[in-house]
Design a binder for this molecule. Structure first.
Ligand SMILES: [Zn+2]
Length: 535
């Protein structure tokens, strides 16, 4: 099959997702990552609509992208106006990019009902705008908005828009499933109809309202489009855009289309996590290809299958997309799972049959107390380390105390209640016992601060470790405030993320256990397991 160009709109359409707000610096970081991934076109924003995007295009000049071309987004000229004097088109022409995308209506109903102009005037708006931008030496893409809905209602008009755009000199006409409700066979039929009209390259821009954005994009490629628009992690308006993190591997590994290099493909998981980090969203563990759980095996039958033949329960080799196979440890696990998992986690430990059996017993006991290792691999690794004879932990807890105090402010100071938390922690590092205290905005935060204060004297690099996510679950088995709670922590150091677990009837203690595991795990990974001298 012919080649496909990837067009990313994370910085414009992706930023439309509820809860996302990218700063200019965020957008520059993401653009650089997309370049590393080998995305051909990066849509940076709409310079005619907001000053933040103007600033982005100004600063983006110094990005020196190697594989990607930056694209500015805008719309066709206004009705009954001149392209040459249209503020929005002028902003595009002056944004300093080599390629632009303009959105134009390609549904007759949308033209009369929403744009409130005549069908003929809309055709002129499309043609004039393309001609004007082409006269400025730009590569011009037309986003044919509502093309597929329009094709259902009045196919002749939608196809007429395509014809007019082709004649005006568009470099690619991108057929949009703007409302995201089209089915794959409808996409195929409409793309084929447009394909017959013109030799100008076509593109696809699909939204995910029917959860078909990826399927629709791939169907469009099979029907002959050569540009695929989408976003990282499928972020976008409403239910999102077509997810490029699924489309890229599908194109490359399943359809044999060499849209990126093997090295770039192997970065897709990293880029997916990077963008979710910048968007301040917890990465979705269950995303295909790039999710943490995309290649995990829990059922005993599956685990025994993958130990014999890695591909027995996976559709691709996870390494191709920079992900990895995981075996989930649960109460279903046996000795074989533990040994396999420890090996797979890269734990080079002499875990013999007897030790492994003991470890299984211990895991079962801890699970009966509310611990769960399915999503807390770092805590699992620590259990394996601790099972090793002679293991020296980088630090040990002697005791801790947390005080939470509520004070009422004077009426002259707002009269509101103020809660203060203070933690005192005693830890042993080697032969030394350190006693520290710290305040925090809550009891867990205070504990975290006090523990770090104690450990930073010995392990200064620990300041790289940050708490990413904190989840508390009340365990169903028990009732009311006497019930057990499980705390799951996600931590990161800017390179890796890891998860730890704690469980107790006391939420502070459960948090402490997860917190201590998080720091101990990182210290061991840095091979700083032995207490160094105080700096
Ligand atoms: Zn869109």
């Amino acid at each position: 099959m012919s080649s496909v160009q990837l067009y990313d709109t994370t910085l414009r359409d992706g930023a439309q997702r509820e809860g996302i707000s990218f700063s200019v610096v965020d957008k520059l970081h993401i653009a650089r990552k997309l370049d590393e991934l080998g995305i051909h076109f990066i849509e940076g924003g709409w310079p005619g609509s907001n000053p933040k995007d103007v600033e982005f295009f100004d600063k983006a000049r110094s990005l020196a992208l190697t594989d990607s071309v930056l694209v500015a987004f805008g719309s066709t000229r206004h009705a009954k106006a001149k392209a040459e004097t249209d503020a929005n088109l002028l902003a595009l022409a002056n944004s300093g990019v080599k390629a632009v995308t303009i959105v134009g209506k390609s549904s007759a109903l949308q033209v009369t009902q929403v744009l409130e102009t005549s069908l003929e005037e809309n055709l002129s708006m499309v043609a004039d705008s393309i001609r004007y931008l082409k006269s400025k030496g730009l590569t011009v893409f037309l986003d044919a908005e509502h093309f597929f809905d329009g094709f259902k209602e009045n196919p002749n008009y939608s196809l007429r828009v395509v014809e007019v755009a082709a004649k005006a000199g568009a470099d690619c006409i991108v057929l949009c499933d703007t409302n995201g409700g089209t089915l794959p066979d409808e996409i195929t039929a409409a793309v084929e109809a447009a394909r017959k009209l013109t030799d100008v390259p076509l593109g696809i821009h699909a939204h995910n309202d029917g959860e078909l954005a990826v399927a629709n994009s791939l169907a469009a490629v099979q029907a002959g489009v050569s540009q695929v628009q989408g976003t990282i992690n499928g972020y976008g308006e409403r239910c999102g855009n077509a997810n490029l993190c699924s489309i890229i591997p599908a194109l490359k590994l399943k359809m044999g289309i060499d849209c990126v290099t093997d090295e770039q493909l192997a970065k897709v998981t990293e880029v997916a996590h990077f963008v979710s980090e910048v968007a301040n969203l917890v990465p979705d563990a269950f995303l295909p290809y790039v999710g943490y759980s995309a290649f995990s095996h829990k059922a005993g039958l599956h685990v025994s299958g993958v130990t014999k033949w890695a591909d027995s329960y996976q559709h691709i080799d996870p390494a191709r997309v920079g992900n990895q196979q995981r075996v989930v440890v649960s109460e279903l696990a046996g000795k074989g799972n533990i040994i396999y998992k420890a090996k797979q986690r890269g734990l080079d430990l002499p875990l013999k049959g007897k030790e492994a059996r003991k470890l299984v017993e211990q895991i079962k006991l801890l699970e009966s107390r509310g611990f769960q290792y399915e999503n807390a691999e770092a805590s699992f690794d620590l259990l394996v380390h601790r099972a090793k004879p002679g293991y020296q932990p980088p630090f040990e807890l002697v005791d801790f105390m947390v005080v939470v105090e509520t004070r009422r402010r004077l009426p002259t100071h707002g009269g509101l209640e103020e809660t203060l938390s203070e933690a005192m922690v005693k830890v042993r590092v080697g032969k030394e016992v350190i006693h520290t205290a710290a305040e925090g905005n809550g009891p867990v935060n205070a504990l975290d601060q006090a523990l770090r204060k104690a450990l930073l004297q010995f392990y200064p690099s620990l300041s790289a470790v940050k708490l990413i996510d904190y989840k508390v679950r009340i365990l169903e088995e028990s009732v009311g405030t006497g019930s057990s709670v499980r705390v799951l922590l996600e931590s990161g150091d800017g390179v890796d993320e890891w998860r730890t677990v704690g469980s107790s009837t006391n939420i502070i203690e459960a948090s402490w256990l997860a917190l201590a595991d998080s720091l101990e795990y990182w210290l061991i990974k840095q091979e700083k397991g032995n207490p160094p001298a105080k700096s």
